[in-house]
Design a protein around this ligand. Structure first.
Ligand code: SAM
Length: 441
């Protein structure tokens, strides 16, 4: 594989005697991985449907290696949100962040959502996950991935980080900045990253990374954790950014990463992963905010609309056995909001919580999102299918399928993992799988 000469020179200087091993890796296939979504599935269930053994990667207990030629989209459990396609070393940053149940977490550069969905799994979808992506079209993909993975307690926004910093000062317990970078760790699987690489691009990225970290610093509460990560190897974008950030922010200290993967970074307490370390390449540093930061965020004011609330509660009870959250109507859409959330106005919010339904002719038609976030055992009517049942692919293609013994709105479950719903009547399930998600195999 051809690499930019200047990049090769820099890597030679960085790696010394190990450079030949590094260079040889570029002649071998790249590493692929899948990350288990524990909100919807167990490792045993997933393993039972795969044609290859699940081998853990060292970067997260939820990360596994996958064959390089695996066609994820052919697997029903992929569409059901049982797992996410994630390069193994990309799961390392969230391991450093260490999300815990109840945490309020900001993922500042979040699309397409690999790390956001990993965070949601680790908090058990409790607390609040705020996922921001500045590019609007990418924010829609992020929202769609969070929906597929069954996440309820998330807000998706699309603004520049400084806009969040202004209104959400001191709000978050933990923040992830998985920064846009020169992508040197992507070279084996993305030729565009190779052609776009230049020393100037590396420099531009480093400047932007520092600006994003400045905004993140504002949003973090005292004693909160900030993780900075990239998928590149350059010193400027990694150790260089860490040192400049610490210089500009004496209210932060670097914490030694107590990880068992990768290797120590150069001259700072952070972790580096090279392709020789079992993944494509990542850098991650963990900071703690030791300086005071008063929270200025206002709490979201929810003015209940009694009629919407009563109809949504009644429909929820008809569909599920667990307790609903609070509902809000925005035009004809009804959302079920996160357990807690700050005021969202003026923050480019694309989605808050999960889609519950749409008002049509004074009735609420349930939405795909609320079923994706449901557990099979809490659905009042559910069709339980095995992954190799031909009805699963037919359902994902948008076809009507046979549905004996079911009546009304019915969840479709694959190996116990909900992948959508339909409306059953007369032994047939009318398909409600969204048109944009339907598969063509
Ligand atoms: N964390 C994501 C994941 O795991 O799926 C990957 C994030 S990617 C490395 C970096 C993201 O930062 C991109 O989606 C990019 O659009 C976004 N970005 C670009 N410029 C930005 C800026 N100035 N501020 C914040 N984010 C930006």
């Amino acid at each position: 594989m051809k690499l930019p000469a200047e990049f090769e020179k820099r890597m030679q200087e960085m790696l010394g005697a190990e450079y030949d091993v590094f260079r040889a890796v570029y002649e071998a296939p790249h590493k692929r991985g899948i990350r288990l979504n524990t909100l919807k599935c167990t490792a045993e269930t997933l393993a039972g449907t795969l044609a290859f053994p699940l081998e853990n990667s060292p970067f997260s207990p939820l990360s596994y290696y996958a064959p390089v030629d695996l066609k994820m989209s052919a697997l029903p459990l992929y569409h059901a949100g049982a797992f996410y396609s994630q390069e193994p070393s990309a799961s390392s940053a969230v391991t450093l962040l260490d999300p815990q149940p109840g945490d309020k977490i900001l993922d500042l550069c979040a699309a397409p959502g690999g790390k956001s969905t990993q965070i949601a799994a680790l908090t058990g979808d409790t607390g609040l996950l705020w996922s921001n992506e500045v590019v609007r079209s990418r924010a829609s993909i992020l929202a769609s991935n969070l929906e597929r993975m069954g996440v309820r307690n998330a807000v998706v926004s699309s603004v520049y980080p400084d806009q969040l910093a202004e209104k959400l000062t001191g709000y978050f317990d933990k923040i992830l900045v998985d920064a846009p970078c020169s992508g040197e760790g992507m070279f084996r699987r993305d030729e565009i990253a190779v052609t776009e690489w230049s020393p100037e691009h590396v420099e531009t990225c480093a400047v932007r990374q520092l600006a994003i970290l400045d905004s993140a610093a504002h949003c973090l509460r005292e004693d909160g954790i900030l993780v900075y990560s990239t998928c590149t190897f350059s010193m400027e974008e990694n150790e260089g950014v860490v040192l400049k950030f610490l210089e500009a922010h004496p209210e932060f200290v670097l914490e030694k990463p107590h990880t068992t993967f990768g290797r120590p970074a150069y001259g700072v307490d952070a972790v580096r992963i090279f392709p020789m370390d079992g993944g494509e390449g990542h850098f991650a540093a963990r900071f703690r905010r030791i300086g005071v930061n008063s929270c200025t965020a206002e709490t979201y004011f929810h003015k209940p609309d009694k009629q919407t609330d009563a109809s949504a509660q009644a429909l929820y009870k008809e569909l599920f056995t667990d307790k609903p959250g609070r509902f809000v109507r925005i035009k004809d859409r009804i959302l079920m909001l996160p357990e807690e959330m700050p005021e969202i106005s003026g923050l480019g919010v694309v989605r808050a919580g999960v889609e519950f339904g749409e008002v049509k002719k004074n009735r609420i038609e349930p939405a795909h999102g609320i079923f994706m976030a449901a557990k099979s055992e809490t659905c009042r009517s559910v069709m339980e299918l095995t992954h190799d049942d031909p009805r699963v692919h037919a359902f994902l293609r948008g076809e009507e399928i046979e549905a004996e013994d079911c009546k009304g709105y019915t969840a479709v479950s694959v190996e116990g993992v909900i992948t959508g719903f339909g409306k059953a009547s007369g032994g047939v399930l009318k398909n409600k799988y969204p048109k944009g998600l339907r598969i063509h195999i």
